[in-house]
Design a protein around this ligand. Sequence first.
Ligand code: ATP
Ligand code: MG
Length: 421
Amino acid sequence: MAGMIKAVKGMHDVLPDQSAHWLAFERTFIDLATAYGYKQIRMPLVEQAEVFKRTVGEATDIVEKEMYSFTDRNGDFLCLRPEGTASCVRASIENGLLRQGAQRLWYGGPMFRRERPQAGRYRQFHQFGLETLGMSGPDIDAELIIFTHRLWRALGIEGLELQINSLGTVDSRAGYRERLVAYFESHFDRLDEDSKRRLTTNPLRILDSKNPDMQALIEAAPMLSEYLDDESRQDFEQLMSMLDQAGVAYRVNPRLVRGLDYYQKLVFEWVGGLGAQSTVCAGGRYDGLVAQLGGPSTPAAGFALGVERLLALMAQGENDEARPHACLIVTDPAMMGEGFCFTERLRDVVPGIRVVVNCGGGNLKNQFKKADRSGAAVALVLGQEERQAGEISVKFLREERDQTRVAQDALPGFLSENGII
Ligand code: ATP
Ligand code: MG
């Protein structure tokens, strides 16, 4: 026998007992996004690496060490997308969406980052997100947050904390940057290697360090909020007032900077899990991003959530949708065609009914065993006698009840009266 081939490290199969939870999440997200007026955009998994270098930032973890990049045979420098926002903006510019007025978009799918795999941190993981293009006010910022707040409720997730901060405009950050560099330079010997390098490339990113040894130094660093420009301050205050009125609780975290370079003004995170993998959803405003990718200057804001981290917080009760209502058994293999004819009629009359047809035959005892294993509530038995009488036998697989026979036409009514469908 040939040796077994395993999945790539940090990349996981989603097996049938889990996929029901994924589908439930996806349906909830899509229904809500649609209800808020967002339309789907689907981007390729592979992009020019330049899309992310220019936007996410050269001095970020993602671009510095996490991208799966490669040179194509014709010399193009490509990568598996590490996130959705830059791709989405690239697609919107390229396809002229920005000329069609403000856009509300949603996307979802796999992202790739070569990180050290651990619980809640994978090399292929999944993000769903909203992106809004062409709206500059704190009202759309509030909508994004209110959406996520409703999403958690719809998913039955409790106990997440919303943290918000304003990074100010790029200009207002310049003054702060100088002050921050001076501070870190005066403590140069306490900086780790990453931070020493970032002191010249992107000092703000030091504040996002996950290194525990750096936390005390970061805690005592000067505050960005003291340098905030008036417009950013006003927008931030209006946002807080709208959140108050919408009943969304939050905590202002002046240390929240986010790991990507393209943010300005609002940034937010929903935090709730464990340790360094505690953030389940992160977003904010990125007014400069469209221009960075060669488009017309356009305000934009959005967020992305990590599906794996979210599912880990969701109650993983049994998902009823995975269970069939009924499993059809035919007593004679020659009757299979008639069996399919029967189940097709049933599907016509009861849209959405979950019926599994037992294929492969076998004796009755075996067939009942398979029906039981399918998780179905009832077995439907079609034999010669039933056929002649225009009936079907119903055996309850989850209750102590006698097997009964009902007229085929009466089956939908019978199943519904007995709480099966
Ligand atoms: P972290 O600080 O945990 O590395 P990040 O700042 O890199 O996260 P973003 O790029 O903002 O994360 O992505 C948004 C969300 O996507 C995160 O809050 C998280 O839920 C999820 N996420 C990011 N990277 C991973 C990963 N490697 N594995 C699983 N989920 C991830
Ligand atoms: Mg990261």
